[in-house]
Design a protein around this ligand. Structure first.
Ligand code: FA5
Length: 349
């Protein structure tokens, strides 16, 4: 029998077998049996070299046609069976819409941000405005405009992160914002009453109450007839608002080159209540802010007549305030991002 007769003989057999396919395994088996490397069609094509060259195109065309026809029919069968299998799977599987969903933990405001907002809200209620200043500051605004002499120890490389020596630095306090705000304020339109919250940087070595990066909120009021009693009243109001009446507040004489006179405010220690412990370094007090009457030089450098105008300023540390408010023993907890710590302050967020 010649090749074409051979192929014709199995064509009917293939058709019957395809007809009786009942599973995807059957499809695969028939594909291997008839179209595989050892199947009759591939075999026939392999023997083309043995037949008369004039017969080759006819035989080749027939074998290829048969191969394509069988492949197409098998593909169709396979598609039908796959769809059936999918439908059966979908019928068998059900979705329980009453199952509880996966609980996602909500993020919340960091405790320092919460405390800063609380302080900001208090001062906004008192009619202050918020003025932002740059964290990358010039030596000129950070020190010179704050009346810090060239040889002041705070200008030392040991205390300040310089970006460009003696020119550009990470601000060491929020006080330079005072100078920016005074430069821009039009005093013919009324007094300047502002706060400036933000991050500050110092080469302090980290311990329970010191961090190399922390926060400050600067406060400044400049008008005619502002006196030290205005500062005292404002700071006492602030301390009572944040800590309640049971914490002791003390004003201590201090020194800042940009205020005269200068004060520091201490709050009785949250841990020992004033007896003295490791947190308050045995003093019973924790310092939370510095302040004073704006030095006439600072006013004059902004073109403000210090004979006519006076002002008070203060710079408080929200990190220390948060420690006192919540009895947190170590400032480093704020910056370690331990979720067990952070989640304790979630409900206010
Ligand atoms: C100042 O920075 C002044 N600029 C404050 C000021 C403003 C005085 C306006 C007068 C007028 P002092 O270095 O004391 O002052 O810092 C102010 C507050 O920042 C401190 O009371 C303390 O609460 C906080 N603070 C200071 N150093 C650190 C530190 N390393 N880590 C955390 N908080 C700090």
């Amino acid at each position: 029998m010649d090749i074409i007769s051979n192929l014709q003989a199995i064509e009917g057999q293939i058709a019957e077998e395809i007809q009786s396919i009942s599973s995807l395994d059957d499809v695969q088996a028939i594909r291997v049996k008839y179209l595989g490397k050892k199947g009759p069609i591939t075999e026939a094509l392999r023997h083309m070299k043995d037949i008369d060259p004039s017969e080759r195109p006819k035989v080749g065309a027939y074998a290829n046609e048969l191969k394509n026809k069988v492949a197409k029919e098998l593909d169709q069968k396979q598609a039908v069976l796959e769809e059936e299998a999918l439908n059966q799977k979908l019928m068998a599987e059900t979705i329980d819409v009453t199952l509880p969903g996966k609980q996602q933990k909500l993020g919340s405001q960091h405790v320092i941000s919460q405390v800063m907002e609380e302080i900001e809200d208090l001062f906004l209620d008192l009619g202050y405005i918020i003025v932002e200043g740059p964290e990358i500051e010039s030596d000129y605004y950070n020190f010179k405009r704050m009346n810090l002499p060239e040889d002041h120890p705070a200008r030392d490389m040991q205390d300040t992160f310089y970006i460009e020596e003696n020119k550009v630095l990470l601000r060491t306090h929020t006080s330079p914002v005072q100078a920016h705000a005074m430069d821009q304020h039009d005093f013919s339109k009324g007094p300047l009453q502002m706060i400036s919250p933000g991050k500050v940087y110092r080469r302090d070595s980290d311990d329970a109450t010191h961090s190399h990066q922390f926060h400050q909120i600067e406060g400044l009021v400049v008008d005619k007839n502002i006196g030290l009693s205005d500062l005292k009243g404002t700071l006492e109001l602030f301390a009572r608002h944040l800590f309640g009446g049971d914490r002791q507040v003390r004003l201590r004489p201090s020194y800042f080159p940009f205020t005269e006179p200068s004060v520091e405010i201490d709050i009785s220690c949250f841990k020992c209540g004033g007896q003295g412990c490791n947190i308050c370094k045995k003093t019973g007090w924790i310092e939370i802010l510095g302040g004073g009457m704006v030095h006439p030089n600072v006013l004059e450098m902004s073109g403000i007549d210090s004979e006519e105008y006076s002002g008070f300023a203060f710079g408080l540390g929200p990190d220390r305030v948060a420690m006192l408010k919540y009895g947190i023993e170590d400032i480093r907890h704020f910056y370690q991002n331990d979720l067990r710590f952070i989640h304790q302050f979630q409900e206010r967020g």
